[in-house]
Design a protein. Sequence first.
Length: 399
Amino acid sequence: MSRISHRIGGIAPSATLAVDATAKAMRAAGRDVIGFGAGEPDFPTPDHIVAAAEKACREPRMHRYSPAAGLPELKQAIAEKTARDSGVIVSPSQVLVTNGGKQAVYAAFATLLDPGDEVLLPAPYWTTYPESIRLAGGVPVDVVTGPEAGYRVTVEQLEAARTPRTKVLLFNSPSNPTGAVHTPEEVRAIGRWAEQAGIWVISDEIYEHLVYGETRFASVLAEVPELAERCIIVNGVAKTYAMTGWRVGWLVGPADAVAAATNLQSHATSNVSNVAQAAALAAVAGPLDAVATMRTAFDRRRQTMHRLLSQTPGIRCPLPDGAFYCYPSVRDVLGRTLRGRIPTTSADLCQLILEEAGVAIVPGEAFGTPGFARLSYALSDDDLVKGVSRLSALLAEAA
Ligand code: PLP
């Protein structure tokens, strides 16, 4: 009998959090490290949201347990926001408020999957998905996309990966880690395919407001309303309102799935912190001007990073349309000599870059596609230029 269960013992630590932690530790030890690892906006939470939390602290009802599924007023606001942003009409009873979008992802898999059920997982994928699927007893089936296709999965690829055990498609557009955004037509085609194949879609829409240029976000359920009985939308306040530390997310879905997920949550965590829910209510029911400001800054940094990376020897990177990440191929650098070492994997290369250039980036191994790396542009313009320039100068030495 093993001391730690096989189920939990087999979970890999989050590579993105690990890179961020290493960069912070090196900085604490006096090294000048620029971190491109973090997946969080570098802006403060807007004042009116913080003020709502302060006020909630003084309300006695907020000091007590509240309904496991979420404060009724927040569920109402999430239903209204879902109509506004996703174009999908749901009732508050179809909403479950969770401890961040991350918990909503796990709750959705745990609610739908029986042991051995397969989940189609377009790769590169957010590092949490496969662990969350396995934890819920499911089997992740990678469907790999590349930069030449803009990292956008196609119906043909999904159909080729489908088996009689396929129960769910995980769909994340805009994508972490690639920044890819599917067009409304592509989203509609994928939604129709899932509907006809009888497959559930878990649609992670956490980056919905971070799209640039002419790009438009499309929610799969708005494009294919016939999916209503087999679609769960995952979302949260972290990225849109610079609220990563507040830990409020949610899922929206058909009544039976939401009721089952609520039962799970009632035993696992009970309600999300009431103070954080009050802050989330101010966020969701309030204006979108803070995200507009962030979007302008992210768009500028996106273009700067893409331009600098495109000038870097050995790096190839499509221009991302959404989220706040670039996902270049680093394959052309592998197997070459750099500072007396020969990195053969993207993990080796990222370690070398961290040690030699003091620049932290996350290797593609964390996202299911070795040979690539993820750089977040959620950092100041100055640090961005300094960090990518240091990276470029180092890679220029590869022989
Ligand atoms: N989904 C994606 C694609 C993400 O990148 C993240 C965070 O990095 C989340 C969900 C979860 O965010 P949170 O748990 O902070 O709400």
